[in-house]
Design a binder for this molecule. Structure first.
Ligand SMILES: *[C@@H]1O[C@H](CO)[C@@H](O)[C@H](O)[C@H]1NC(C)=O
Length: 283
């Protein structure tokens, strides 16, 4: 049956009516597509990240460490938060938990990136949000993961790791503090790293909240500190790696100020790839 055209439109040719219809359909469609796109963008908002560290005394590499992390945070629009003193009832290494707890409770961050002060971001082009996303993709239950941790040759190393900014993350911190307090009664003074490792190993429930990121991606060690994860030393730092950590430099490097020596060497090997004239090693 032929298309019947209502009387008022009779004087226009069919093609014109069709064109007008297509025109209005296109406008309506573009509005709905735009709305859908807006919803999509909103649900895929970049995670809000705080980069945090702690330094409680004067160091020869104060400027190098602060400048490096501050530059990275500005470039990627993260917050950079430094504490300069602690009020922890436990030893100073426990103060990082106090910071993390405070920032979780602020509800301002999706992820909190703890960095020991003896670390450098050696490739400022790599996005921490990509490291988070790519690793969560590999986890069996990404939504359940609250801790992204790394290992060195001895197991857990807590020099550079991520905590989800969610109240649920606090239960692990509380459990780890509890472990310390029980051991302390027996005059066994454990670091927060040892207690984290103990809880993860001995209380199976918690391991579902932690995911092990390859050391190289978040906490690589330099050749001077040969304690790498992986059978072939995969955790060893090289130019272009994201982060370097001079863990326990005093045990590996001779002379005064071992960490300062390494800081001064490696700060000149930081890569800024984009926006600064292509691939280059600088400063
Ligand atoms: C995820 O797993 C695959 C396969 O094992 C691996 O090739 C990839 O590097 C992993 N991704 C990350 C970010 O580690």
């Amino acid at each position: 049956m032929a298309l019947r055209i209502p009387r008022p439109f009779k004087r226009y040719p069919r093609a014109t009516i069709l064109l007008i219809a297509i025109f209005f359909f296109a406008i309506w469609n573009s509005f709905t597509i735009r709305n859908k796109l807006a919803d999509h963008v909103q649900s895929y908002r970049e995670p809000r990240v705080a980069i945090i560290t702690l330094v409680t005394d004067e160091k020869s590499y104060m400027h190098a460490s602060l400048k490096n992390k501050d530059y990275y945070a500005r470039r990627h629009k993260h917050d950079f938060i430094v504490d300069y003193e602690t009020h922890s009832e436990r030893s100073v290494v426990w103060a990082k938990f106090d910071m993390i707890e405070r920032l979780i409770k602020s509800n301002k961050y999706d992820w909190i990136w703890w960095m020991d002060f003896d670390t450098l971001i050696t490739n400022t082009d790599i996005k921490i949000t990509d490291v988070i996303r790519e690793n969560l993709k590999n986890a069996t239950n990404p939504g359940q993961i609250d801790y992204l941790l790394t290992h060195d040759c001895n197991g857990l190393n807590s020099g550079s790791y991520l905590v989800r900014g969610h109240a649920r993350s606090l239960s692990f911190i509380d459990r780890v503090r509890g472990w310390h307090d029980v051991e302390e009664v027996a005059h066994n003074y454990l670091s927060e790293q040892d207690c984290m490792a103990a809880v993860l190993k001995q209380e199976s429930g918690y391991k579902y909240y932690a995911y092990k990121v390859p050391q190289f991606q978040l906490n690589a060690f330099p050749e001077e500190i040969g304690c790498y994860e992986g059978p072939n030393g995969e955790g060893k730092w090289k130019v272009g790696a994201f982060v370097i950590h001079f863990a326990g430099a005093w045990a590996h490097v001779r002379g005064d100020d071992p960490t300062g020596q390494l800081m001064r060497k490696y700060k000149d090997l930081v890569v800024h790839a984009r926006g600064e004239g292509g691939d280059r090693v600088s400063r």
